[in-house]
Design a protein around this ligand. Structure first.
Ligand SMILES: Cc1ncc(COP(=O)(O)O)c(C=O)c1O
Length: 378
């Protein structure tokens, strides 16, 4: 028998929400506490330790943070009200006149906000394709943050976290990895040299397209940067509400199971589309033909995520025609939910090729999904 060091697997921890039982009722689901303030006794001591005010302490948020920090092999974790709030909290630690090196061609909202922020704060923003290590090496100069996203949205580029960690530390930068498209089930960037891992927990982590959430986790809880992030979240008040945290935990209980099915469905779809006569190219790290496949094999385990893009043969017109015929894939933005979505990214972001369609693959029956894609591409 293998030595499991008495540590239950992630599947078990998540299924049982870290084994939390409501101490008052024995309920197997953590109770939803909506109070924002908590009374003190006659001696002016809190009636219950760690319960003073909802911005300081929230049991549900703490439970969600512990579950995710364990999954990321992190020393500590912080939940925030959205992925963008998590991104902004990290970027705000860079002083005026500092420098951020950021991967190009990543989630558009992150790029746009960071450009505006750097402009306002006189911060030098260097945008470079970090999947091209030579280009990154050439662009590298002393900076506070090296920001990468792997796999990237919507181009599904795989970035070598280990190599970026070496480069970041040489130039005195903190390596932050947006690992949203991977989720903590299939990738743990901190094990590959990242200092901070970030997620839009709105996506796969929650998985039900019904709340916004962001998450940050760190390798070194004592670092000045992490302490700054904690203070900023608390003092600036970027905290989640109880109901959102409760829904997030409810969603996370099935995360390992959902990811298994979504990764399986995604790989089958990617392989199918790769051989489809109406498809020009498929972008998915799980494909053996993908330029990032070898690195993906090293830093992703158990699958390659539920996000993939493909270019339809032709132009905008052919792509939009296919989208309009889809019945099971819903025409909507976002990713990581149990329902499959399709997005014509160019409509929102005009630098993306106009024949590119981004799919967020859900947990539906794979034959139904393939059938829908086939009929839409006729
Ligand atoms: C890779 C990635 N990072 C961050 C975000 C921002 O997250 P949120 O929408 O939760 O603010 C998104 C949103 O689509 C994303 O795709």
């Amino acid at each position: 028998m293998t030595d499991r060091k008495n540590t239950p697997s992630l599947d078990t921890l998540f299924a049982q929400a870290n084994g939390v039982i409501d101490p008052q009722t024995g309920g197997v689901v953590p109770p939803l506490q909506s109070a924002t303030t908590f009374v003190r006794d006659e001696n002016y001591d809190p009636l219950s330790p760690n319960h003073l005010y909802a911005r300081d302490d929230n049991d549900l948020t703490r439970l969600g943070e512990n579950m995710l920090a364990q999954a990321e092999h992190a020393e500590d974790g912080l939940l925030l009200p959205s992925g963008m709030a998590a991104i902004a909290t990290v970027m705000r630690t860079v002083p005026n006149g500092g420098r951020i090196i950021m991967q190009s061609g990543i989630y558009w909202g992150a790029t746009k906000w960071t450009r505006d922020f750097c402009n306002r704060r006189d911060i030098d923003l260097v945008e470079v394709d970090c999947s091209d290590l030579r280009a990154l090496q050439q662009a590298a100069k002393p900076a506070q943050i090296l920001w990468i996203e792997t796999p990237s949205n919507p181009y599904l580029k795989t970035v070598d976290i280990n190599a970026c960690s070496t480069i970041a530390h040489k130039i005195g930068a903190t390596l932050v990895v947006d690992s949203t498209a991977a989720t903590p089930v299939i990738s743990q960037p901190l094990d590959h040299g990242a200092d901070i891992v970030m997620h839009s927990a709105t996506k796969g982590i929650n998985g039900h397209s019904d709340i916004l959430a962001g998450f940050l986790a760190c390798k070194n809880e004592q670092s000045d940067l992490w302490q700054n992030l904690k203070t900023d979240r608390h003092d600036a008040g970027a905290v989640m509400g109880s109901f959102e945290a409760w829904l997030l935990i409810r969603g996370m209980r099935t995360l390992p199971l959902r990811m298994e099915r979504m990764c399986e469905n995604s790989l089958t779809i990617a392989e199918h589309l790769e051989n489809h006569p109406k498809v020009e190219s498929v972008l998915y790290p799980g494909l053996k033909s993908d330029t990032g496949h070898k690195i993906a094999l090293r830093q992703m385990t158990g699958g390659f995520g539920s996000l993939l893009s493909f270019c339809v043969k032709g132009s905008r017109e052919e792509a939009l025609k296919a989208v309009s015929k889809m019945k099971i894939f819903k025409r909507a933005t976002s990713l990581g939910g149990v329902e499959s979505l399709v997005e014509h990214r160019h409509t929102i972001e005009d630098t993306v090729p106009d024949n590119l369609l981004r799919l967020s693959v859900g947990i539906e029956n794979i034959d139904d999904l393939i059938e829908d894609l086939n009929q839409s591409l006729t």
